[in-house]
Design a protein around this ligand. Sequence first.
Ligand code: ADP
Ligand code: MG
Length: 374
Amino acid sequence: MHVTRLTLNDFRSYPEADVRMEPGAVSFIGANGQGKTNLVEAIEYLSRLDSHRVSSDVPLVRAGTERAVVRAEVVRGDRTALLELEIIPGKSNRARINRGDLPRVRDLVGVLRTVTFSPGDLDLVKGDPSDRRHFLDALLVLRTPRLAGVKADYDRVLRQRNTLLKSAGRRRNVEVATLDIWDENLARLGGELVAQRLTLLDDLGPHLVEAHLRVAAGASANRRDVTAVYRSSTAMDAEERDQHAIAGVLLTEIGRRRGDELDRGISLVGPHRDEVVLSVGDLPAKGYASHGESWSLALALRLASFDLLRSEGDDPVLILDDVFAELDGGRRQQLAELVATAEQVLVTAAVAEDVPAELAGQRFEVRDGGVTRV
Ligand SMILES: Nc1ncnc2c1ncn2[C@@H]1O[C@H](COP(=O)(O)OP(=O)(O)O)[C@@H](O)[C@H]1O
Ligand SMILES: [Mg+2]
């Protein structure tokens, strides 16, 4: 798929923007702070209702205004769709496809599929477990949009259960029947989420191994196999993939740890406590991999995501936000060659020289709030 037109109103720094794009490589060049990331972030947000740099939608709306509108024309095969999202912090956002209102905003998730590379991707390797959980869940909902609902329900149950644990712990007075209901909800939704994450990792694994070999080929070759292994907060059979069986394991563990949970006032069992352990050869990447090796692994995770989505449908739109300046010559060249076959690649860079020749494509200059074809 590819985006043929992006229009913004009061999104980030843009009072207005209207950019027509072609398939293939599209590059946005401009000095820091001119609004390059803001443009590609709008596309990413439309795709996932989430972006690589926000946790709330307040900063997405131009300072001093109340609502932002992002619109994109998206071509998939021989069909074109107009996707629209109105972002109104503090109220419900609204989404439309081809001018028809969607019953729920989250129905927009995954209609446009994107994979974004950004300098922050190093955190996939070096960061906290939450960075890797976020990676998995973001890919999960693009691949299977229905799971956006499961994830949202899980997060809500978790918040409400934590509130209950806190107040019950303080009063030392637990309404056991109430807590039981939350336990069951947490285990049921958690079981589905864990089962889906495990299946995703099973399917991503071969793509990850292959992507890592290809990325590392351009660097001082590191040909040891890379693995991504799920580590559950419970003693779960590593081969289990059945959501009901996993829910059962979670529920047992939740029961066992209730005392701890009341003492601490938080939920200690469930997918929000799980981790993905990345290893290269026999060593865990975190704490062992060098800077360059960590980059290879981070790029491989993104490339593998792209390959997996591509293998199950059409190409997602690739976004490379300011990554080339971060990479050494070998990885830069390797990445450029690997992504050059994508149906559309949106690249941002401070200077045109940072963009490898394969990806120069259609070029825009971003300056003083303007986006101009050059
Ligand atoms: N909600 C907002 N309202 C107004 N300006 C914003 C908003 N969010 C970000 N900006 C501005 O956008 C600019 C950063 O744009 P960005 O796309 O990140 O730049 P770059 O070209 O370096 O990628 C900054 O000047 C920042 O102040
Ligand atoms: Mg930027």
